[in-house]
Design a protein around this ligand. Structure first.
Ligand code: THU
Length: 127
């Protein structure tokens, strides 16, 4: 199966363990590292809403916490028929670890691919 479609299907599976009792909006993410490893993530909510972490950052932080800092692409799935774009905080994090990477979005009949840098052309830096 084509790599992007395969990654999107893994993101859809990852959604199963999303913890989203407050929004009921489950998100799954599947991240492919430059050296071919896959890390899954899903959103993890909290009754203190600001403590919630998005699916994308869970997947990225799992990879980075295991020494995988060169990330290639990330697929995002939700139950919506619309394409679920990553939020601005997640894009900022993507620009740190996958500035040349891609975001794979999908619904039941189409896969779309975006460059991370097209989603946010200017990131925050300390300079
Ligand atoms: N959410 C994600 O997991 N990824 C995003 O890029 C945007 C939003 C989650 C956070 C929260 O649990 C739910 O979606 C509703 O905002």
């Amino acid at each position: 199966m084509e790599e992007n479609k395969q990654l999107f299907e893994l993101a859809t599976k990852a959604k199963e363990y999303a913890y989203a009792p407050y929004s009921n909006f489950k998100v799954g993410a599947a991240l492919l590292t430059e050296d071919g490893m896959v890390f899954l993530g899903n959103n993890i909510e909290n009754s203190s809403y600001g403590a919630t972490v998005c699916a994308e950052r869970v997947a990225i932080f799992k990879a980075v916490s295991e020494g995988k800092c060169n990330l290639k692409k990330i697929a995002i799935a939700s139950d919506s028929e619309d394409f679920t774009f990553p939020c601005g905080i997640c894009i900022q994090v993507m620009l740190e670890f996958m500035p040349n990477g891609e975001v794979i979005l999908g619904n039941s009949n189409e896969i779309k691919v975006y460059k991370v840098s097209d989603l946010m052309p200017n990131k925050f830096t300390l300079r």
